[in-house]
Write a protein that binds this ligand. Structure first.
Ligand code: NAI
Length: 463
């Protein structure tokens, strides 16, 4: 069998871009992305895609209705596929055992049940979602207990390592493609079939074969290590502020050591995004379930440092504004969790906004890609406020950075969008209330120039 039809369940930040790139690189394969959300599928079939990713629009426009299809007909897409990616969300549980830590596998399990119920031919089922170690075992058990006669399944683990904002680039030039399989002849066969798909553009040397459990754990480990680097440099930023050292100089100094390397050493307001926190919590929970408390505490600290960093930054804004922001107007530049995405999941901006709103501040918010409705939704969420009407009264969402900053006391930079670097800060200063403050939570601006203009500049990891 050669794979000629792929179904991807879950048309989100992973399923959408991944399958668009597969469709582009494998013109002989029909790729159908399905979702239970009719709205999401409608958006994928429209002019305005549900997610913003540089380069993605062009690929979708080229492949859509050629060999790339977005559909709500989940059963049909499963039935005709040789290979099925499970690419659904695996959020942190909000109830029951493991609440607030364990991964909620309801969506993955639902996929497995649907696949078992509707499949009338053999399938390779690929876990692309990030899951706890040994999740493939549960998927296989569900498939084995519910399948139709004479239908066989192989379950592979093929975690996704793309980074939002550079997803297309990451997918085209992946550092590695990791495939974990059952250690049997059938498992090896399934591995080879999935490899053949990737070999259309990924060099063979970059395809890494492991057992299923190593593959599942590697994804959690990768995110844990990445988050740990951010928390490590952020912990140094605290020492810098207390001593007069400069965290940018320290980062450069350590990054030149080839054993450490320069990437992911930018101190900031803290990490966000849908994955790091969720996957670390999941890892900590797994360690606790395995009765490994020392390991659990070690990784928990990476998360605690991130919470501390976000709080430190928000508190610095309040302290610097003479210990009160009540009724003061503050501009937030950026709401997405990082540049080049419209994704706000776990964005540090939400934490900063919440702290300022709790203190009675009024916020003018500008982000080049986040939809106003999303900002309102995030800031009126029960985790953020018990008074959503007051929040709506206290925020103004702008589509222009200059109007956003006019007549405000301070600018708080929460996202490292390139456009913030090149704004006309002299003009911005002119229309702000004096003394005018800038809090650069991403360390992207030229602080000397800003100080010369007249701004009171505060940043991270430097006095
Ligand atoms: P997402 O929330 O953007 O997309 C998931 C989609 O699955 C949603 O549209 C949802 O409606 C759909 N869905 C849920 N249950 C379904 C079902 N039974 N049938 C059909 N559709 C269903 O999530 P995202 O960000 O794409 O993440 C997916 C997985 O990939 C997660 O496990 C995540 O941890 C992992 N991941 C995410 C990365 C990212 O940068 N967002 C990077 C690498 C991995």
């Amino acid at each position: 069998m050669a794979v000629t039809k792929i179904c991807c369940i879950g048309a989100g930040y992973v399923g959408g871009p991944t399958c668009s790139v597969i469709a582009m690189q494998c013109p002989h394969i029909k790729v159908t992305v399905v979702d239970i959300s009719a709205h999401r599928i409608y958006q994928w079939n429209s002019e305005k895609l549900p997610i913003y990713e540089p380069g993605l629009d062009d690929i979708v426009k080229k492949q859509r209705n050629v060999n790339l299809f977005f559909s709500t007909n989940i059963e049909e897409a499963i039935q005709e596929a040789d290979l099925i990616f499970i690419s659904v969300n695996t959020p942190t549980k909000t109830f029951g055992v493991g609440k607030g830590r364990a991964a909620d596998l309801t969506y993955v399990e639902n996929c497995a049940r649907t696949i078992a119920q509707v499949s009338t031919s053999d399938k390779i089922v690929v876990e692309k979602s990030t899951v706890p170690v040994r999740a493939a075992e549960s998927i296989l058990k569900i498939l084995s207990a519910n399948h139709k006669p004479n239908v066989k399944f192989q379950v592979l683990s093929n975690p996704e390592f793309l980074s939002e904002g550079v997803a297309v680039e990451n997918l085209l030039n992946a550092d590695r493609v990791l495939i974990g399989h059952e250690e049997t002849a059938d498992g090896l066969w399934a591995f080879k079939e999935l490899s053949k798909v990737y070999l259309n553009w990924i060099p063979e040397g970059k395809i890494l074969r492991t057992n299923t459990w190593s593959s599942e754990l590697t994804k959690l480990a990768a995110n844990a290590f990445l988050a740990q680097r951010i928390s490590s440099i952020n912990s140094m930023s605290v020492i810098c502020e207390a001593t007069g050292a400069d965290v940018s100089e320290v980062a450069k100094g350590i990054g030149l050591d080839s054993r450490i390397g320069p990437k992911f050493l930018q101190a900031s307001v803290g990490f966000g995004g849908s994955c790091f926190q969720k996957d670390l919590l999941n890892l900590v929970y797994i360690c606790e379930c395995l009765n490994l408390p020392q390991v659990a505490v070690y990784w928990q600290q990476v998360l605690d440092m991130n919470v501390y960093q976000k709080s430190r930054f928000s508190n610095k804004v309040i302290e610097s504004l003479f210990n009160t922001v009540t009724n003061k107007k503050i501009t937030m530049f950026g709401f997405a969790f990082k540049k080049d995405t419209g994704d706000t999941r776990e964005s540090p901006a939400i934490h900063v906004a919440k702290t300022l709103l709790d203190e009675g501040a009024k916020l003018n918010i500008y982000d080049p890609k986040v939809e106003p409705e999303q900002i309102k939704k995030d800031l009126t969420h029960p985790y953020v406020t018990d008074n959503p009407e007051k929040v709506i009264e206290s925020i103004e969402i702008h589509n222009n950075p200059y109007t956003a900053a006019a007549s405000t006391h301070a600018i708080v930079i929460c996202t490292e969008w390139d456009e913030f670097v090149n704004l006309d800060y002299e003009k911005i200063y002119e229309y702000m209330i004096k003394p005018a403050f800038i809090f650069d939570g991403r360390k992207i601006l030229n602080h000397e120039i800003l100080a010369k203009i007249g701004f009171q500049v505060h940043t991270i990891g430097k006095r």
